[in-house]
Write a protein that binds this ligand. Structure first.
Ligand code: HEC
Length: 122
């Protein structure tokens, strides 16, 4: 029963959310569709493209963390053959918006000890 309630809450919140995307979420989604999707997927799960095992999952990752990483790639403070190139394609606003997109994805976590699902709350 509890699982069912979770599902209903989840479906309801995700559908109302899709109807009214903020400006930054809409731009974030557009940039993710154009630039990030082949490697990280729309939902932040590394896809089958190329070297997927070394592409980190960024679903529901903290926004501030992603902004910091993307800025560091862009500034050359951390270097990676793919992400350094990707970050150059993003403006400061884009960095904020793609991080907003991935951070707003809601997930549920299965607790193997208690054998239950719970919403992940940041
Ligand atoms: C060509 C494949 C590719 C594309 C396209 C790509 N990424 Fe990545 N991304 C990677 C890989 C591989 C890493 C791991 C880099 C490393 O080890 O430093 C990574 C790392 C990251 C990280 C850091 C994760 C962490 O835990 O440190 C973030 C944030 C990120 N990507 C966001 C994005 C966003 C946002 C986009 C689109 C604007 C994007 N990436 C496009 C492959 C890609």
């Amino acid at each position: 029963m509890q699982k069912l309630i979770f599902l209903i809450v989840f479906l309801f919140s995700s559908s109302s959310f899709a109807e009214e995307l903020s400006k930054e979420m809409a731009n974030g989604r557009l940039k993710v569709q154009k630039v990030c999707v082949t490697c990280h997927g729309m939902n932040g799960q590394a896809t089958g493209a190329g070297n997927s095992v070394i592409i980190p999952n960024i679903t529901a990752q903290e926004k501030n963390y992603m902004v910091a990483r993307l800025k560091a790639y862009k500034a050359g403070e951390i270097k990676h053959p793919q992400m350094s190139v990707v970050a150059q394609m993003l403006s400061e606003q884009d960095i904020n918006d793609v991080a907003e997109w991935y951070s707003k994805i809601k997930i549920q976590i299965f607790d193997p000890e208690r054998k239950n699902w719970r919403q992940y709350n940041k």
